[in-house]
Design a protein around this ligand. Structure first.
Ligand code: FAD
Length: 380
């Protein structure tokens, strides 16, 4: 089918779904409450499954020039000893971008596909009969309404589906620092010390993306600007970076978790973080949003009525999202809440995550990528 779509939210999920539908001949309007399409929050890792979708919608060629392809991922202990190292080749390929670059590329692609983007437009409710209601009182009819207003979605609650949204007790502070010179090697490194994590990755434009993670209850570690003495004690080999962090602006968030009993009702579908926000421990928030959006557009193309397409779509994509979310939660628990008396087991468990195929395959199920998802869509 082809028809008209109204989309609430001009983030990664909303813009990408809009482009995919518009390319299939739909008329599409995106409502973004902010005055412009923009993204806060430093860098973003884009993994192979997300890249496949960006390639399929013709965004990746232009975008890749603004990012950095990473060669290796390292996990190190507090003394800088490598606990795990992974090559990022073939189906494991990973790029890093500035978030703003990614969202601008998606905005440009949406506009080129004919999507109408209305900024300063806040949606307040969605009616399963196919209507999006705006704050200014307008009610817009549509063949599909897509709810893509992020983890804190207000519209989700009004749909009457059973949904849980929690802020998790993990705080992340993100920085963009001037290039750290010696780390221009395309390697992403994550350093673990007790319950703390520091991730360092060279990014584009001579910048380095750094994130710092700690449990929320640890007030001394979570205060901003960060305490260089406390963090240098935990990571002595990162003293220089930590000094720069303590003098730089950071964006701080809790990790979010969203679980919905269902992602559709009547003519309304929920995509992206609004439906399945997860800790970024596996770097799959964007991958799931893009794969699920692509699958949604594909399923709609195969059915005559939205109400018939949406249950098929959810059955096809749900397992990968649910499993990825569960593993992202486990990984955060393992890094932040694992009992101190069992820390000595962490290297062995990390080894098992990577090397025991049954575990690794489950944890990285989203890495199977777009083709596996589309095969399920076509088979449903
Ligand atoms: P959002 O990005 O939240 O976009 C929602 C949009 O809707 C916003 O523009 C908002 O202004 C708008 N909006 C909200 N309410 C309304 C309304 N009522 N009406 C109209 N518009 C509205 N994922 C990765 O793949 N790789 C990573 O490296 C990665 N790192 C992360 C690091 C951190 C610290 C966090 C918190 C997340 C990370 N993620 C990562 C996850 C990723 O950022 C999200 O999965 C992704 O941004 C979700 O996009 P979205 O469009 O669903 O939601």
């Amino acid at each position: 089918m082809k028809g008209h779509a109204e989309i609430a939210g001009g983030g990664i999920a909303g813009l990408s779904s809009a482009t995919m539908l518009a390319r299939q001949g739909w008329t599409v309007r995106v409502h973004e409450r902010s005055a412009e399409i923009r993204e806060l929050g430093a860098g973003i890792f884009i993994k192979n499954n997300a890249i496949e979708v960006l390639e399929a919608i013709g965004v990746f060629d232009r975008l890749s020039a603004h990012g950095l392809r990473l060669d290796r991922a390292q996990l190190l202990d507090h003394q800088g000893r490598v606990m795990q190292e992974r090559s990022l080749r073939d189906r494991s390929r990973v790029y890093i971008f500035l978030r703003q670059r990614l969202v601008e590329a998606l905005r440009d692609a949406a506009e080129q596909a004919g999507v109408e983007i209305v900024t300063g437009s806040t949606a307040v409710a969605a009616d399963p009969k196919g209507e999006l209601q705006l704050e200014n009182g307008r009610r817009l009819r549509a063949d599909i309404v897509i709810v893509a207003d992020g983890a804190q979605s207000k519209i989700r609650a009004g749909l009457g589906i059973d949904a849980e949204h929690r802020l998790l007790p993990t705080l992340v502070s993100r920085y963009l620092l001037p290039s750290l010179g010696k780390s221009v090697e395309p390697v992403t490194s994550e350093h673990w010390s007790h319950r703390y994590t520091i991730g360092i990755t060279p990014c584009a434009d001579d910048l380095t993306y750094v994130y710092q993670v700690c449990p929320e209850w640890d007030r001394a570690a979570s205060v901003l600007p960060s305490d260089p003495a406390l963090w240098s004690k935990a990571f002595p080999q990162l003293e220089q970076t930590i000094g720069m962090m303590s003098q730089s602006a950071a964006i701080q968030h809790n990790y979010s978790f969203v679980r919905c009993r269902t992602w559709h009702r009547g003519r309304v579908a929920i995509v992206g973080d609004a439906g399945h926000a997860l800790p970024p421990t596996l770097g799959q928030g964007v991958g799931l949003a893009l794969m699920n959006g692509y699958a949604l557009a594909t399923v709609l193309g195969l059915h005559r009525a939205t109400e018939d397409a949406l249950p098929v779509w959810e059955v096809a994509v749900r397992l990968v999202s649910d499993r990825t979310q569960r593993w992202a939660m486990r990984y955060d628990y393992f890094a932040r809440q694992w009992p101190g008396s069992l820390w000595f087991l962490r290297p062995a468990i990390l080894w098992a995550f990577r090397s025991v195929p049954a575990l690794n395959k489950r944890m990285r199920i989203a890495d199977q990528g777009l083709m596996a998802t589309l095969a399920k869509v076509r088979a449903s």
